[in-house]
Ligand binder design. Structure first.
Ligand SMILES: Nc1ncnc2c1ncn2[C@@H]1O[C@H](COP(=O)(O)OS(=O)(=O)O)[C@@H](OP(=O)(O)O)[C@H]1O
Ligand SMILES: Nc1ncnc2c1ncn2[C@@H]1O[C@H](COP(=O)(O)OP(=O)(O)O)[C@@H](O)[C@H]1O
Length: 214
């Protein structure tokens, strides 16, 4: 047993910790934690059951399907339809919806650019864990900045990140406005709303682009 400064006692073998260290913040960080790169002397602990074993068990390939687009572009609708369709084919999926994740894990984050970036970074890391578990993880998040989306792609093996761009014109999304948020943004009651007074930077090379008919 080892006692951390947090007061939490953990069995280092149970936790799979090979090596850990203090940093100047006084935190003890472990491999795989969100802040691992700030820490020194951490070594990846490999387990005998690997992604390939889990995929074999589940008879599927773990991956991330990343749905990006403006508010009202249809991300959540598509994510739910896709998870339902895959589920009915006996595939294990999990949806990470921006709105939902902001109720829990990311409830400390605002819509300021740096918080949006952190929102996407965390969702990207969680999606990677699901993918490693063998699950088909469907992330539906505005993810307005290309740099952040590309960073999520870069932490996954080639082919495991499938970007789906909901290429809906702003006027279509705004006309739908199911939550009344565009109306509030136009009235100046929400500041920094994507597409109104905060940018959406479209993808350049999405695997899939969804556009309106006609
Ligand atoms: N300022 C601002 N800009 C954009 N969206 C806003 C904002 N404030 C609240 N909302 C609501 O939050 C939902 C988007 O959350 P995300 O986590 O996907 O956004 S982001 O990727 O961090 O930009 C988004 O949900 P969707 O409409 O499903 O996209 C909005 O309902
Ligand atoms: N393909 C579509 N055609 C017409 N309306 C749609 C379509 N997909 C979604 N919608 C509607 O558009 C609105 C926004 O969809 P939603 O999935 O909540 O978007 P987002 O998650 O991108 O904010 C909802 O009222 C939804 O019913």
């Amino acid at each position: 047993m080892s006692s951390l400064r947090t007061g939490i006692e953990i069995d280092s073998n149970e936790a799979g910790v090979v090596n850990s260290s203090d940093d100047s913040s006084g935190l003890i960080l472990h491999e795989g934690s969100a802040n691992a790169s700030r820490s020194m002397n951490i070594v990846w602990h490999k387990c005998s059951v690997e992604k390939s074993d889990r995929q074999e068990l589940l008879q599927q390939k773990g991956c991330v399907i990343w749905i990006t687009g403006l508010s009202g572009s249809g991300k959540s609708t598509l994510a739910c339809a896709l998870t339902r369709a895959l589920h009915s084919r006996e595939k294990l999926t999990y949806v990470l919806d921006g709105d939902n994740v902001r109720h829990g894990l990311n409830s400390d984050l605002t819509f300021q650019p740096e918080d949006r970036a952190e929102n996407i970074r965390r969702i990207g890391e969680v999606a990677k864990l699901f993918s490693d578990a063998g699950v088909i993880c469907i992330a539906s998040v505005i993810s307005p900045y290309r740099k952040d989306r590309d960073a999520c792609r870069s932490i996954l093996p080639d082919g495991d990140f499938v970007e789906v761009f909901m290429d809906m014109p702003l006027c279509v999304c705004e006309a739908r406005d199911p939550k009344g948020l565009y109306k509030l943004a136009r009235a100046g009651k929400i500041k920094g709303f994507t597409g109104v007074d905060d940018p959406y930077v479209p993808p350049l090379n999405s695997e899939i682009v969804i556009q309106q008919e006609g």
